[in-house]
Design a protein. Sequence first.
Length: 458
Amino acid sequence: MTVSVFDLFKLGIGPSSSHTMGPMTAAGRFLARLRGGGVLDRVAQVQTTLYASLALTGRGHATDRAVILGLSGFEPRSLDPDAADRAIAEVRDRERLRLGAEREIGFVESRDLVWEGRTRLPQHPNALKFAAFDTEGAPVAERTYFSIGGGFVRDQEEMGQNAPAQPGPPLPYPFDSGAELLAKAAEAGLTIADLVYANELARRPEAEVVAGLDEIASAMFACIERGVRTDGVLPGGLKVQRRARQVLHNLMCDADKRIADPLAALDWVNLWALAVNEENAAGGRVVTAPTNGAAGLLPAVLRYYDRFHNGTPAGRRTFLLTAGAIGSLYKTKASISGAEVGCQGEVGVACSMAAAGFAAALGATNAQIENAAEIAMEHNLGLTCDPIGGLVQIPCIERNAMGAVKAIDAARLALLGDGQHSVSLDKVIATMKRTGEDMSHIYKETSLGGLAVNLAEC
């Protein structure tokens, strides 16, 4: 299955695509199931059970809020954060919830949100179950969903070997591996970006594809601008001070001094990545790229291309289309879920995507692009996910800045060569998947190991 660029890059809210956007989407799917079954009017109570990673880090990732909002009829793409705050306050104050914005039911959070952190369902660590009951307490409907990373959600029937294929028209250039992607592009005489563009044109009109790509870039840049304007302390109890605004001030005040610094451009890359991920940690609007935890990396590298390499609209589209091709491979052949494979599946994948996109925007050959993506992931293998306090703050925010710089360097290394290299992208993707399977669960978005526990011990 070749994943669309517009499925990988989604507009949504922070702090987590898998723990916030996914559960909200799952709640929406359960609502649709109740409506489709003609039983919504019978529902008097909905109980949601969160399992494993969703429960262990759910409070820090706002999973509880996401479930309440999703059951209330809100969707990640169109959610107004201020309206969300008001809705949450009303539900908690009245202990009543308007199911799907239609039917008012009782909602007692201590009763209707069940945290089962010690229970891991075999299909995926990010699982949640919705159970609806009538006024007599009799079951009306029940469904289990899995938030598999990047805001993607599958239900209990879609997980496993016989998961249905995504609906849609046949694509002119479907690909299932990096080798197949390179071979089909070579046969057709296309760049990777042109091949992906042709696939997108099979799904939607050209004007819609172009406008959609431009909207993604604009949303990424708008998030940077919000981040550098905003000061204060991030929510959650760690009392992490937002730094982007002060960093911008320092850069502007020291502009003359920095002109002579050959690495001064990297300070701007750091700023842009920090700005986006501080917005994400605060629950602001971001673009999954491919996840919220890694949302700052691609925007920072894209802005670097735009500002320091005279970026053009066509170049930005090339960047995003190429990055989307690489992200599709990780999504289908491995994982983009920190709860499944650690942060190598989030920041690592984003780094690989950004390296490929940046190289493509600079005119790299397809072989050099594949090499850039491989280099970036090769040096992220084994990256753990151990958020302190279950919050997408430490080490997540700085990790995006470090990953952005690494992506730029990976692209530059690839451009110094001719694309020939020893380890293929397919091999490194397979290695990342196997490394994630071998990684202890305490390092996969559970806050049970690494920095999450060692900080407290110190």
